[in-house]
Design a protein around this ligand. Structure first.
Ligand SMILES: [Zn+2]
Ligand SMILES: [Zn+2]
Length: 153
């Protein structure tokens, strides 16, 4: 697996330092759209000298070389995706899992943007997933079972 991330970086003119290879390996293997903290917590045991700044700078380089896309699905922090093909994302607001969705952009109507050049695509959906690991009880945060909506009605 090391060889794969190695080669991938070399092919894209990125010097495959140990840290860069490890971070790219994590992104390719996990496919979990991690934020910097998730990468840090996963790799710190193996790499005690790793800092969040290094991760940040590495991701910045990967983005520059189009090896990684930043996701805008979170309000307050960036998440990162090693899948740079155009696709959308679904985020479960209960368990936080982010799932990839295929997008059919060829059939999208772009007549409203005549001659415009598009550099980025972000298509985000939020809702609730149906995975068993998603604890549905925590979705209803109000202990009385009353939602704010009911109170205001
Ligand atoms: Zn969920
Ligand atoms: Zn994705």
């Amino acid at each position: 697996m090391t060889t794969k991330a190695d080669t991938y970086l070399l092919e894209n003119n990125v010097n495959p330092s140990y840290q860069r290879v490890k971070i790219m390996e994590y992104l390719l293997r996990k496919k979990n759209h991690p934020n910097i903290d998730m990468i840090f917590n996963n790799l710190k045991k193996e790499m005690p000298k790793l800092s969040k700044t290094t991760i940040y700078n590495t991701l910045k380089l990967f983005i520059k070389r189009n090896l990684v896309s930043p996701l805008t699905i979170e309000d307050n922090m960036l998440r990162y995706d090693a899948d740079t093909k155009i696709h959308g994302h679904f985020k479960c607001i209960n368990c936080g899992i982010i799932t990839d969705i295929n997008l059919d952009l060829k059939n999208m109507n772009r007549d409203e943007l005549p001659g415009y050049t598009i550099f980025e695509h972000h298509v985000n959906f939020k809702g609730r997933c149906n995975k068993k690991s998603c604890n549905k009880k925590s979705f209803n945060k109000n202990k009385n079972g009353n939602t704010n909506w009911e109170k205001s009605a």
